[in-house]
Design a protein. Structure first.
Length: 293
């Protein structure tokens, strides 16, 4: 058999092996996705079923058993007992204020790091990297003492200051967008007599709206779901948020699992609605920032 004929005979075998590997790869991909889906949705189904059960029914039936009567009584009790309306107002106040300040600070920091060369530029980058690597809980004692010495403990301003700080991911995403904005716009504005603050406010920041929307949504969801900081820095019941309101149903002697499950669903609803309404901005902003022209 000549060499060309041998290559032709071996070609179908290579194609079969490639198809086999492709099939195995896709099968493994779907198996992993199925496992992840089960891990995520099975506990969620247990919570949903428990939210519609009475306490005796919850104790007598399996966690995976469907409720006998789909009653919304637990939701009404959870909403009133945990004072969810106050929690929603406090959560929205902290979230909106923190996200606005965080977006301005992040965009301004990225603007300075991208457009200006100064002595401690690399040092600032290094500090952001160190801050992202060091676990936050190792610095909690110092942060708590700082907040208390400022007289902000047990006020709504304590979590606001903590959440308003920018982070490394935010800086990198903003830098990706700013790299795509020509510096000639800055130079033209400077020739027309505009200050750097005017350039940032009128030219650069409006062009950063896709990145700002993406980061604002991610930050808002993160703040709405956080329980640790509000519970530690705002222990007063008048300052309870949606997440800390869940502690109402947990006691030293008993835990009201059906009411707690209903409260968990109520707390999840605002975050889910935010994500469903604005999810296209998340993916669009991340993709725009990842592609350079």
């Amino acid at each position: 058999m000549s060499m060309p004929q041998a290559e032709l005979a071996a070609k179908p075998r290579r194609v079969e092996k490639a198809n086999l590997f492709s099939f195995l790869g896709k099968s493994l991909y779907y198996v992993i996705l199925s496992i992840i889906t089960i891990i995520i949705f099975v506990p969620l189904l247990v919570v949903v079923f428990a939210a519609f059960k009475t306490s005796p029914e919850l104790a007598a039936t399996s966690p995976f058993a469907l409720p006998k009567s789909w009653s919304f009584h637990n939701f009404a009790v959870a909403f009133e007992k945990a004072n969810m309306l106050v929690g929603l107002i406090n959560s929205l106040s902290v979230t909106v204020s923190s996200v606005v300040i965080n977006a301005i600070l992040g965009a301004m920091t990225a603007f300075v790091l991208n457009r200006f060369n100064f002595r401690f530029k690399k040092t600032i980058f290094l500090l952001f990297i160190i801050a992202s690597v060091v676990p936050a809980y190792t610095t909690e004692v110092a942060r708590f003492q700082t907040i208390k010495s400022l007289g902000l403990y047990n006020t709504i301003f304590a979590p606001l200051i903590i959440y308003a700080g920018t982070d490394l991911m935010q800086i990198f995403i903003y830098l990706q967008f700013i790299e795509k904005i020509s510096k000639q716009l800055d130079e033209s504005a400077l020739l027309d007599g505009a200050s750097y603050f005017r350039i940032f406010r009128s030219i650069l920041f409006p062009l950063l709206l896709p990145a700002t929307a993406t980061l604002a949504i991610i930050k808002a969801v993160d703040i709405m779901n956080d329980m640790y900081i509000p519970y530690l820095y705002m222990p007063s019941k008048k300052l309870s948020t949606l997440s800390t309101a869940l502690m109402t149903f947990v006691g030293e002697r008993a835990t009201y699992w059906n009411e707690l499950s209903a409260a968990i669903i109520l707390v999840m609803l605002p975050t889910i609605l935010i994500y469903l309404v604005l999810r296209k901005f998340i993916f669009a902003g991340l993709m725009d920032g990842a592609i350079k022209e």
